[in-house]
Design a protein around this ligand. Structure first.
Ligand code: 4AD
Ligand code: MG
Length: 457
């Protein structure tokens, strides 16, 4: 018999259908067995009534969690069911009866669950998060595809750093040559944008980050648009449009998953443009007020490299935020809390930014960089800005950052042959999904997370 999927059952009321899946949970009461069947599209309750068929009842009653089964039955409307229907079972085929599934409905610690990630992803909550991830990625692609962008993916093996040399993963290439896993496709995007006008790359990126925080992975997915003849303000427009599009799509298409996760959707529904745009100078003033009022005590200490906010109490508090500093997680949280909306910060100090940033002509100590800080403490989800267009300036920046000019000659060619103002950004998928789903840690937003202390499974 043809297979029906659980999310299609509402269109089959009164019909006999066959479902193929796994036993999520089971309850029996002497006369009735209730099988919670999952098939990847949802969960449905399947009812076996002993007086109807004793042999069928015994088989159903013998099944353990995550047994693989094929169930035939009649679809019945049921107002109490979260999906509006249940199944009266008439037939049951057991592919494998399982009795020692390691993850039981009782509480398990995070380490145990992470070690069993290959099985943990079958749970309702993880299922919901991965569905939201799918929708975020689909929304990202639809947004760029319908706004005149061409997808032009960039290499993963690269000969040099893009985002500083301290977070590079080095791999052996051939003949003693070293390669590095890409930290960002940006430099290549700048080349494709000069060829195609508006481009985006979308793929995995790698950072050898020694930070053990809820926002850091060593392998994460980034979408990176790049636009020729554009400035940093255009990137704030583009980023705002992208975020509004994603929020809208998730709210519309993932109602059930958001409910499963008990996500407070009112905070997402309240996300409307325009997003506040804060000059770094003003962000610093705002932070200083926060420190003065004692609302950020200990925050800077907590944001030292490699320190989680959890260590804040053990470190000496720094009372002021000085102009020139980079934001720590508590600083970002404080800034976005002042608005309840995602906030753009622009004009970061040139000294703390990458070699490639354009600077403000009137204040060269400020780079035309933009960051978008998500609300609810989810931190920086977009980073980017306007790229330096001048050849001599870039050559001096390479020297200043101790980067080998000869490897960047191809990149410098973009400034030799038809250099134009251009800009782009990168948005981290996992941080965006964590925010949409309202979950604490990015490790649950990707099927198999890679972190400082986790390479398995
Ligand atoms: O701010 P970042 O480092 O910017 C760049 O790499 C630019 N070259 C992108 C560009 O302009 N094309 O990273 C961009 C975003 C961050 O805002 C964050 O969302 C995410 O990538 N990100 C991480 N996500 C998870 N784990 C990490 N270790 C991340 N590092 C950055
Ligand atoms: Mg950044």
């Amino acid at each position: 018999m043809q297979q029906t999927y659980i999310d299609q059952l509402k269109g089959h009321i009164g019909e006999t259908v066959t479902l193929k899946g796994w036993l999520y949970n089971k309850r029996s009461s002497g006369k009735l067995v209730f099988l919670q069947l999952r098939d990847g599209t949802g969960i449905v309750q399947c009812v076996v009534f002993k007086p109807n068929d004793e042999a069928l009842y015994d088989v159903a009653d013998s099944l353990g969690q995550e047994s693989s089964i094929i169930v035939t039955g009649t679809v019945k409307e049921d107002a109490r069911s979260p999906i509006g229907v249940e199944l009266d079972v008439t037939g049951l085929e057991v592919l494998q009866n399982v009795h020692d599934y390691p993850i039981t409905p009782k509480e398990h610690g995070t380490e145990f669950l992470m070690d069993h990630r290959h099985l943990w992803i079958r749970s309702k909550r993880q299922h919901a998060v991965l569905k939201i991830r799918h929708t975020v990625i689909k929304a990202v692609r639809d947004y760029f595809d319908s706004n005149g962008f061409t997808l032009a993916d960039t290499p993963i093996f690269t000969p040099a750093a893009c985002e500083g040399t301290t977070t590079l993963f080095e791999v052996d290439y051939f003949d003693d040559e070293k390669a590095y896993l890409t930290q960002s496709g940006q430099l290549y995007n700048e080349a494709t944008a000069m060829a195609l006008g508006k481009t985006y790359a979308f793929g995995p990126t790698f950072r050898a980050e020694k930070s053990k925080t809820r926002r850091h992975l060593t392998e994460f997915w980034m979408v990176e648009p790049e636009v020729a003849y554009a400035g940093y303000e255009d990137m704030m427009d583009l980023g705002e449009g992208l975020i509004l599009f994603i929020v809208d799509r998730v709210l519309n298409d993932r109602k059930q998953e958001l409910a499963t996760l008990e996500r407070d959707t009112t905070v997402l529904e309240a996300i409307k443009g325009p997003f506040p745009r804060l000059h770094y100078d003003d962000a610093v003033k705002m932070l200083q007020e926060g420190y003065d009022k004692g609302e950020l005590a200990g925050a800077q200490a907590a944001s030292l490299p490699g320190q989680g906010a959890e260590d804040a109490g053990k470190l000496p508090a720094v009372r002021r935020f000085e102009w020139g500093g980079d934001f720590g997680a508590p600083d970002e949280t404080y800034l976005s809390k002042q608005f309840g909306l995602p906030v753009f910060v622009h004009h970061f100090p040139t000294a703390i930014k990458g070699f490639y940033f354009e600077v403000d002509k009137d204040r060269p100590e400020c780079a035309l960089g933009i960051d978008l800080l998500a609300p609810e403490g989810y931190g920086e989800i977009i980073g980017g800005g306007e790229r330096a267009a001048n050849l001599d300036y870039l050559i001096s920046q390479l020297k200043h950052h101790d980067l080998p000019q000869e490897i960047f000659e191809w990149y410098l060619d973009l400034r030799r042959y038809g250099s134009v103002p251009h800009a782009g950004f990168g948005m981290g998928i996992e941080r965006t999904v964590a925010w949409m789903a309202g979950i604490e840690h990015v490790r649950e937003t990707i099927p198999f997370p890679r972190m400082l202390y986790r390479l398995r499974p």
